[in-house]
Design a binder for this molecule. Structure first.
Ligand SMILES: Cc1cc2nc3c(=O)[nH]c(=O)nc-3n(C[C@H](O)[C@H](O)[C@H](O)COP(=O)(O)O)c2cc1C
Length: 195
């Protein structure tokens, strides 16, 4: 089974670090993993030109092509985002919009995959839950089954408090507890629902 992690940060720092930790653990537990980062990528916003509806591909030829390929191939999807302006990063939001061109090819292309959310805020209560809700909404819209840490904590996904520092996020015990809880459920769902 393949798990794709998308890092929505425009740089290679705290979100990338925790996503890597998540994918390493999945890898140790027998999953194939892949990480795509927005760092250094050129992915233009959707222009709503509807070219994809007619031509079954996006009019933009950019780094989204790699993401399209990997989205199709994965069984599980982790959306990891820095909290920006109280929600997901603009980089991740662009990827979400651009997914429209995939479904112009095949309406069911993402249906039945398993999804989980990671949100990294500079502040402890900087909007991690709003970022999770956006990720979960994306999952729902595309027929991806969203998982969280369950009813006893990490109720929407894994939430980190980075204090804007790579050193500090490494010591965010609560964040890593929430990641562990969410990963347990994610693995359970993958094993149960993906052949
Ligand atoms: C434009 C911008 C907006 C931000 N808005 C928020 C915010 O609303 N809430 C918050 O907790 N942190 C906010 N931050 C801080 C980042 O979430 C935090 O530094 C995070 O660790 C960055 O992730 P990265 O290291 O993976 O880029 C913002 C950072 C930037 C650059």
């Amino acid at each position: 089974m393949r798990v794709l992690g998308i890092c929505g940060s425009p740089r290679n720092s705290t979100t990338n670090y925790v996503l890597n930790e998540a994918l390493n653990r999945l890898n140790e537990n027998g999953f194939e993993t892949d990480l795509v980062s927005c760092f250094g990528k050129h992915i233009a916003p959707c222009m709503h030109c509807d070219y994809c509806m007619e031509h079954k591909k996006c009019i933009n030829e950019d780094d989204m092509n790699e993401v399209y390929k990997k989205l199709q191939q994965c069984d599980g999807l982790i959306l990891a985002t820095p909290v920006q302006s109280g929600g997901v990063s603009s980089n991740l939001s662009v990827i979400m919009d651009r997914t429209r061109a995939l479904e112009a090819i095949d309406y069911n292309i993402l249906r039945g995959k398993i999804g989980m959310s990671i949100a990294v805020g500079g502040d402890r209560t900087g909007g991690q839950d709003f970022a999770h809700l956006k990720n979960i909404t994306y999952f729902m819209i595309h027929g991806i089954i969203p998982v969280s840490g369950g009813p006893f904590g990490s109720n929407l996904g894994a939430s980190f408090w980075s204090k804007d520092s790579l050193e500090d996020i490494k010591n965010d015990e609560y964040g890593f507890d929430s990641l562990n809880r969410t990963l347990v459920e994610f693995e359970n769902f993958l094993r149960k629902y993906i052949d």
